[in-house]
Design a protein around this ligand. Structure first.
Ligand SMILES: [Fe+2]
Ligand SMILES: [Fe+2]
Length: 298
């Protein structure tokens, strides 16, 4: 059984030295003592539009931006960590030598991405047990069959990741981190296009199609409910928020437009004859419709 969420080895384990020497980027396993607390500013998260943010003290505003920054960075870290395990699984599932060679290279790509991001994420602070997106991602990688993996992970999620990383790079005000995200783009584009080629060479069985629809509707629902991480960052600083306050915050964050942009992008990645029926099923379930603020609060 493949396990995605692996523990770290001890700080004094000699394997760390071998790994650091083997990585092209020598400082990949160390954290810099002088990292800034924020890489993206409040406007990246649309926080200046939110009344409770406008009325907060400078210290509270800074804390909200810091929490939102950390959750964005940690999400990228965990995606890359899952990517290493995913690509290694695909090495084993390959059916031709060229396919296996590509996945061997892709495993190294994700390893390098992970080492770059770990420079910015202190190990001791990382926890992902609570995040529904990351748990679903791990569940899919561990359990799904190859056709489902190709479509959900490489065609859809890596396609989405490509625009997500492009935006993270563009809006990041810390040049070294912006450069890290920029350096991922070429590899991620290659992962995505390989997924497309391989997926379209496989004939889609009814059970794989059913699984794809189920999994994608779960992923899409997480997009339909808007910027929950930003809402969470506000709540962590301000304490408990009432349902009414949460609805107002999501409205001020323009949740429907926020979700619509992302849902449209995700839909645009699902193209091709065999995919048409998947898109239709998802459409019939309303999975590409952003939810109004009052339906995004639970
Ligand atoms: Fe990556
Ligand atoms: Fe990737």
């Amino acid at each position: 059984m493949l396990e995605i969420d692996l523990p770290h080895i001890n700080a004094d384990n000699r394997l760390r030295k071998v790994l650091a020497a083997a990585l092209p980027n020598q400082n990949g396993s160390k954290n810099s003592p002088n990292l800034p607390a924020t890489y993206w500013d409040a406007s990246f998260f649309n926080l200046p539009q939110v009344k409770i943010f406008q009325e907060a003290s400078t210290a509270e505003q800074l804390a909200m931006v810091e929490i939102a920054n950390r959750s964005l960075l940690e999400e990228a870290y965990f995606i890359e960590k899952a990517g290493v395990g995913y690509m290694a699984k695909m090495v084993l599932l390959a059916e031709t030598i060229e396919e296996r060679m590509l996945y061997g290279l892709f495993t190294a790509d994700e390893t390098i991405h992970l080492s770059h991001l770990s420079y910015f994420c202190p190990e001791s602070e990382l926890t992902n047990s609570q995040d529904p997106f990351l748990s679903l991602l791990a569940e899919v990688i561990e359990d799904a069959d190859k056709t489902v993996l190709l479509f959900v992970l490489q065609v859809v999620l890596e396609g989405w990741g490509l625009s997500h990383y492009r935006r993270l790079a563009k809006e990041c005000h810390h040049q070294p981190l912006a450069e890290v995200f920029r350096s991922f783009l070429q590899a991620e584009a290659r992962h995505h296009s390989t997924g497309n080629i391989l997926f379209h060479q496989i004939s889609l069985s009814p059970s794989s199609r059913g699984n794809i629809i189920d999994l994608l509707s779960r992923f899409l629902l997480m997009v339909q409910v808007g910027p929950q991480n930003v809402l969470g960052a506000i709540e962590q600083v301000k304490g408990h928020l009432s349902r009414k306050q949460k609805i107002q915050i999501l409205q001020e964050l323009d949740t429907e437009n926020h979700s619509r942009t992302r849902l449209d992008l995700l839909r645009s990645l699902m193209v091709g004859d065999s995919v048409q029926s998947i898109v239709e099923s998802l459409e019939n379930r309303g999975a590409f419709q952003p939810l109004p603020a009052h339906q995004c609060v639970f």
